[in-house]
Design a protein around this ligand. Structure first.
Ligand code: NDP
Length: 318
């Protein structure tokens, strides 16, 4: 079994992993991209009941307010305590200067109605022009970039950490060279790199790099978001049938078993339950090998509309 640093006793269904700053993080959490308003509030309740304790949001998703309301309501009703749950949010591209990172963190906390988040991530290494909306574009419809280097953004992340507004800090969509630059200049290392990861994009080189530096890789779009055929893959179907599990459960278990944290999104009760129910079976070594062999370096989220950004992460091989 490849799971490392797992705590022995956990209050919830998801196992937890020890981060390099001493905090614990659940291995499996709930993605919330595209889930809004009443739907995301209802979803959070179903997820808490199903054993989820980690929720992934971002300023960009425009659901922080609803997520915060759901959490505060459940705290008030005595269903959860703040310390039992793990909230991740992210600093968007238009808040990359050192000072603006703090502005972004405070805005997210105001949206959530919370005193702190558990994990704050730089959403992308690519800064955009500040103070012109989330997606500043010129008259040709092209993104307007900023000159700000993500190492400056990291200084802002460290300021937020030291102010106590987040327990941990990390990055998202960073390649290994970008991570290396952060590691070389930082006082506090990133605890997580959240990147797209599924059997068609297994990110093994980046997983190895992160392992070496005690950084947890967290898999977003672990089910391929329905845009690539991960859930209809024949090899996955065969393994799922052998374990009497669903293909989604195999795709999630695949990550958990290689020590990769994973945040599938669903607003459907049966799937929310299904996606967390991955701790009662083990994939054999040959099944893990077979899943690893499906890699095609295939991205759902290539963001090629910003491929000419100086810090676009996907030119470098991961
Ligand atoms: P996922 O791979 O999690 O796929 C979500 C889709 O799969 C939804 O349409 C959902 O439908 C469906 N689904 C969920 N469970 C099942 C199941 N058991 N069987 C069949 N279909 C299922 O994609 P996401 O892109 O949403 O990634 C997950 C999360 O990662 C995001 O929500 C977000 O929080 C984060 N993320 C982060 C990014 C970043 O840049 N850092 C980028 C992209 C995502 P339904 O809801 O109808 O059940």
């Amino acid at each position: 079994m490849l799971i490392k640093n797992l705590s022995k006793s956990t209050p919830c269904v998801s196992k937890r992993v020890l981060l390099n700053d001493g905090h614990f993080m659940p291995l499996v959490g709930l993605g919330t991209y595209t889930a809004l308003d009443q739907e995301v509030k209802k979803t959070l309740r179903m997820a808490i009941e199903a054993g989820y304790r980690m929720f992934d949001t971002a300023m960009l998703y425009e659901n922080e307010v609803a997520i915060g309301e759901a959490i505060r309501e459940m705290i008030d009703e005595g269903i959860i305590r703040r310390e039992d749950i793990f909230i991740t949010t992210k600093v968007w591209n238009t808040y990359h200067s050192q000072k603006q990172v703090m502005v972004s963190a405070k805005k997210s906390l105001e949206n959530l109605g919370l005193d702190y988040v558990d994990l704050l991530l730089i959403h992308w290494p690519t800064g955009f022009k500040e103070n012109s909306g989330h997606r500043p574009k010129d008259s040709n419809g092209k993104y307007m970039y900023s000159e700000i280097d993500y190492t400056e953004t990291w200084l802002g992340m460290e300021d937020v950490l030291e102010s106590g507004l987040t327990k941990s800090i990390g990055v998202s969509n960073f390649n290994h060279k970008q991570l290396e630059r952060i590691i070389e200049m930082c006082e506090h290392k990133p605890v997580v790199n959240q990147v797209e990861c599924h059997p068609y994009l297994n990110q093994q080189k980046l997983v190895d790099f992160c392992d070496e530096h005690d950084i947890i890789l967290q898999a977003f779009t672990p089910l391929g978001r329905g845009e690539i055929n991960v859930l209809s893959d024949l090899a996955l179907k065969k393994i799922a049938a052998a374990h009497e599990k669903s293909v989604a459960q195999v795709a999630i278990r695949f990550q958990v078993q290689r020590g990769v944290s994973v945040i599938p999104k669903s607003c459907t009760k049966t799937r929310i339950i299904e996606n967390m129910n991955v701790f009662d079976f083990t994939l054999a070594e040959d099944e893990m090998d077979s899943l690893m062999s499906l890699n095609k370096n295939k991205h759902v989220l290539l963001k090629d509309d910003m491929a000419d950004h100086p810090h676009y992460p996907f030119h470098e091989e991961y």
